[in-house]
Design a protein around this ligand. Structure first.
Ligand code: NIG
Ligand code: FE
Length: 411
């Protein structure tokens, strides 16, 4: 026990997420010092004289790591409700994209928006994520698709992390779609990404990783390889939107570059899964997009399990395929739609999500030395987080111990 305790939590039933079973501890204390977990043990082990600058009686509430949403496109302008109507009338996501709608309609709105508007719109979405327990969020660019607009989006993402008590990790997704000024010239656009956008985002330290959309309506695996080579040359880790609508060999390519994660993966084959296992690449499951596109091709959960590929779960928050900011709802969908277990789903938004962002050394579990990003929930058993459809049982959200203070503390 450290002598100075900034925050002392008593009577919490802790799910550390350090073990695969997600076992619940007997009533425990947790001490925070300098934003880190400094002490953890049963109530019987707590020094009766221990005091914290702030104290919190959890009254038996469940304590988990703060949730990590490791895949979002949170920074964008406008919405795509009209496109939703078109799809209900029979148009497919690919039809709309090929007709110049889809991602490109959000690109137009995002380019037109000034940084202040983008920040305001994105702040609302971030606030909602935080209300559902998120303490770390990955935010991709990808609705700018020009040097200026991509940097604007990354800058807004960075500002969100500076203004709000949440940890923001940024990803450059310039290779998300072909911007209209490059129609018919995909290789030229990749030249531009490789020669200008990646180097400038790296120089300004605006991107923590680089992503691409490897798909028949996105970029080929050869073009994705060039993006990855440029990222590597600038010391940036990679991740990939892979095999969402078809199998392009994206998972194996991502693994070849030691990717942090390959995401979506509805159409990945066993060779791709095996390559991911060898590379330690996390499989990020995005059941919101699967649900919203009424996909029928379930990602091969059994193969991930068999090959020991860690599975993360994320919102994919974006206006076209997953307009949601409710991460606990994604746990429910991961279980009902993909047949993940509630324990797997919880690990998917804690330990495995931290790994998908390269943050496992400091985030994702409740262990001494880790950052004190924590959630207290008004539930008895961790499975309830995945069980309830759209519930919000968050009791308190703690970001960096005292740094972010206690938010959303309910009676
Ligand atoms: O993750 N797949 C590509 N990107 C997003 C969708 C973007 C959009 O439609 O605006 C996704 O699903
Ligand atoms: Fe996505």
């Amino acid at each position: 026990m450290t002598p100075t305790i900034d925050l002392l939590i008593r009577n919490a039933r802790v799910v550390t997420c350090a073990d695969d079973a997600c076992a619940v501890s007997p009533p425990a204390f947790l001490a925070v010092a300098h934003g880190q977990i400094a002490g953890l043990g049963t109530m019987a082990q707590l020094d009766p004289n221990a005091r914290g600058a702030q104290e919190l009686d959890a009254e038996g509430a469940l304590l988990t790591p703060g949730l990590i949403d490791c895949h979002t496109h949170l920074v964008f302008a406008g919405d795509r409700a009209r496109e939703f109507e078109l799809r209900l009338e029979g148009a497919s996501y690919e039809d709309i994209a090929r007709a110049g709608g889809g991602i490109l309609s959000t690109v137009q709105r995002t380019r037109e928006a000034n940084a202040g508007d983008l920040l305001a719109q994105s702040t609302r979405r971030l606030a909602s994520l935080m209300q559902h327990g998120v303490t770390t969020v990955e935010i991709k660019s990808g609705y700018g698709l020009s040097l200026k607009a991509e940097l604007k989006c990354l800058q807004v993402a960075r500002e969100l992390g500076q203004h709000q008590p949440v940890n923001v990790v940024t990803t450059l997704l310039a290779a998300h779609a072909l911007p209209p000024e490059f129609t018919g010239r995909a290789d030229d656009y990749i030249d531009h990404v490789v020669q200008h956008i990646i180097p400038e985002a790296a120089r300004l330290k605006l991107a923590d990783a680089v992503d691409a959309f490897c798909e028949n309506i996105g970029f080929t695996s050869a073009q994705t390889r060039r993006v990855f080579e440029a990222a590597q040359a600038h010391g940036l880790p990679v991740k990939l939107h892979a095999e969402q609508l078809s199998n392009q060999g994206g998972a194996a390519l991502a693994a070849e570059f030691g990717a942090l994660s390959a995401d979506h993966l509805e159409f990945v084959d066993e060779a791709g899964v095996a390559a991911m296992a060898r590379a330690g690449t996390v499989a990020v499951m995005l059941p919101g997009a699967y649900y919203f596109l009424r996909d029928t091709h379930v990602p091969p959960i059994a193969l991930f399990r068999r090959h020991g590929v860690p599975m993360a779960v994320a919102t994919d928050c974006n206006p076209g395929t997953s307009p949601t900011t409710h991460l606990p709802l994604m746990l429910n969908m991961a279980c009902t739609l993909f047949r993940m277990t509630p324990a797997e789903a919880l690990l998917g938004v804690t330990r495995h999500a931290a790994r998908a962002l390269g943050l496992l050394a400091t985030h994702g579990t409740v262990e001494i030395g880790k950052r004190a990003d924590l959630c207290l929930w008004n539930i008895d058993h961790p499975a309830e987080l995945a069980y309830a459809i759209g519930a919000s049982p968050l009791r308190a959200r703690i970001h960096g111990g005292l740094d972010g203070g206690l938010q959303h503390r309910l009676q």
